[in-house]
Design a binder for this molecule. Sequence first.
Ligand SMILES: *[C@@H]1O[C@H](CO)[C@@H](O)[C@H](O)[C@H]1NC(C)=O
Ligand SMILES: *[C@@H]1O[C@H](CO)[C@@H](O)[C@H](O)[C@H]1NC(C)=O
Ligand SMILES: *[C@@H]1O[C@H](CO)[C@@H](O)[C@H](O)[C@H]1NC(C)=O
Ligand SMILES: *[C@@H]1O[C@H](CO)[C@@H](O)[C@H](O)[C@H]1NC(C)=O
Length: 244
Amino acid sequence: MALSSLLILLFFVFFILFVDGQYLDDQKKLLLELKSEFKFNSSNPNSFVNWNETSDCCEWNNVGCNDSGHVISLDLTSGSISGIIGESSALFQLTYLLSLYLPRNDFTGEIPNQFHRLPNLKHLDLSSSGFVGPFPSTLANLTELVYLDLSANFLTGSIPSFHNCKNLKWIGLALTNLSGSLSHLHFQGLTNLSVLDLSYNSLNGTIPRHLFVLPSMEALFLSNNQFNGPIKEISIVDHSTLNG
Ligand SMILES: *[C@@H]1O[C@H](CO)[C@@H](O)[C@H](O)[C@H]1NC(C)=O
Ligand SMILES: *[C@@H]1O[C@H](CO)[C@@H](O)[C@H](O)[C@H]1NC(C)=O
Ligand SMILES: *[C@@H]1O[C@H](CO)[C@@H](O)[C@H](O)[C@H]1NC(C)=O
Ligand SMILES: *[C@@H]1O[C@H](CO)[C@@H](O)[C@H](O)[C@H]1NC(C)=O
């Protein structure tokens, strides 16, 4: 009786390890493929330094996994990484990712417009990383996003409307060279939005009224743009809750 229970238990332990192992192999393969896409400084611990075949990828620097072994976070902040993140990068097969931090690197080329393939993303930081080219419009399809920072990159075009990303709390788009005007929909209904930084761009047109009535707003930065038109709406702002 005791022996058969033990055997059944061992079977399940073996089964779980085996199944998990397959998933880990898949994730490890994708991470090694990602590493091979870039140049980096191999003595910078914020980079891909100990990512190798011989160890468990969930133990690597700057990688976080969930209990089943799927990669859910990558933090390569200031990783001295250079190169292009291609539209077909292995990055976009890491579909369990919740957090992706790549700020302060030396990427060249555009921000790929493939982020809709990472539908679980909550935190995305690509700030100060050398990106040029069009604003990746599929970011506006990430309905789980809470934190978005693209500041200090050289983007072109206008900002897509984020009204479907209802969980957004923090949007940093300062110093991104963006132009165009904001529509009445752009940040409409983002009841959790507490920080919005659009400063140092070339935005024009009028400032939409809804920006001043978002209930969680604490800091709104709009300076150094080319906004025009009446701003009498500002008088409706409850100054006890607005600091910025
Ligand atoms: C590589 O990173 C190390 C540690 O951060 C640093 O001391 C070194 O100067 C870097 N080398 C280059 C070429 O950037
Ligand atoms: C592989 O990474 C582990 C740490 O994760 C390290 O101890 C080991 O030396 C590395 N092996 C090679 C060949 O770089
Ligand atoms: C993004 O969402 C819009 C509708 O909200 C849809 O038309 C578009 O195809 C989506 N784009 C991608 C790349 O998923
Ligand atoms: C806003 O934040 C609250 C509290 O953190 C959370 O429960 C809610 O799901 C968030 N999203 C929306 C759309 O209100």
